[in-house]
Write a protein that binds this ligand. Structure first.
Ligand code: ATP
Length: 279
């Protein structure tokens, strides 16, 4: 069995407050992309995860491995699988690669083992493995609230090309949240404004409403991320924003030609540049 595990970007990301249990209450609009990892699943004597990327663990630390264990426990299953992850999504990049692989594995095993679990159940199992995992069960365009588990599907925005530019390093999401000073944030997303823009298919307003409060941490710390963002804006991207905790910056473009022109130019700043689209 072969499945696609799509990357995501955050069109908005707001952190409302830190909860007593240590988690942050968030409000974000997420969008899946065509850029995807490929997950191959086959029955096997023992559970094994293999990945072609040097920074991705192949042991119990891999979210795919955890997904297998968790769904087996939930459904009381005694079977094993070998899973091969073909990594195309940059790692520790703010594009949700690990969470997406995890969600794809839950969906794949549900099908392969005829478990008959509803999406809502898969989202509940996924939440135990990571706050972004539930979003990837359905993907598309969704508003995520709570710690990411309260999901509201939104209509698809108009098709747009997306240039991704990633500085040559990984960023730890945990570290970014630790360094976030909520009191110092001046600009917050207008989440309802973005929802209205998506509902009316207004590209200009979608671009005007792009906002991510985690930029206050990552852009401040890394000049390369700032440079990539500035360059995309100078080159005429319709809208630019950092995704998740970074370091990937995305530029939204209304034409393919523009996206390719920006991507070519960005190659002078970083090797990791991708052109993809909403999916
Ligand atoms: P998040 O914001 O959830 O941290 P991200 O897109 O910034 O997502 P990921 O690519 O998911 O980051 O990787 C974060 C870390 O998770 C990696 O450094 C890696 O060690 C670990 N990891 C575990 N499983 C996977 C997986 N299947 N793919 C990628 N990374 C994984």
């Amino acid at each position: 069995m072969q499945l696609k595990a799509k990357a995501k970007i955050n069109l908005t990301l707001d952190v409302l407050y830190k909860r007593p249990d240590g988690y942050h209450e968030v409000e974000m609009i997420m969008q899946t992309l065509e850029l995807a990892d490929i997950i191959h699943i086959e029955e096997s004597e023992e559970t094994r995860v293999i990945c072609n990327h040097p920074f991705v663990p192949e042991d119990q630390g891999n979210l795919v491995y955890k997904a297998v264990e968790e769904i087996k426990r939930y459904c009381n299953i005694d079977k094993n699988v070998k899973i091969h992850i073909e990594k195309n999504i940059p790692v520790a990049a703010g594009l949700g690669g690990g969470s997406s692989d995890c969600a794809a594995t839950l969906k794949g095993l549900n099908q392969m083992w005829n478990l008959g679990l509803e999406d809502e159940t898969l989202e509940k199992i996924g939440l135990k493995l990571g706050a972004d995992v539930p979003f990837f069960i359905k993907g598309g365009t969704q508003l995520a609230q709570g710690i990411g588990e309260k999901l509201t599907p939104l209509p698809s925005p108009p098709p747009m090309w997306v240039v991704l530019g990633k500085a040559n390093m990984g960023v730890s999401t945990k570290e970014v949240y630790t360094n976030l000073n909520l009191a110092s944030i001046r600009k917050r997303p207008n989440t309802q404004g973005m929802i209205n823009a998506i509902e009316t298919g207004d590209i200009k307003e979608i671009c005007n409403n792009l906002c991510n409060v985690l930029e206050t941490v990552t852009l401040k710390k890394y000049s390369t991320v700032r440079n990539i963002k500035n360059r995309m804006a100078q080159m005429g991207a319709n809208g630019v924003l950092m995704s998740g905790s970074g370091p990937t910056v995305f530029g939204l473009c209304n034409t393919y030609d523009k996206a390719v022109r920006i991507a070519k130019n960005l190659e002078t700043l970083t090797e990791e540049v991708y052109v993809t689209k909403f999916c």
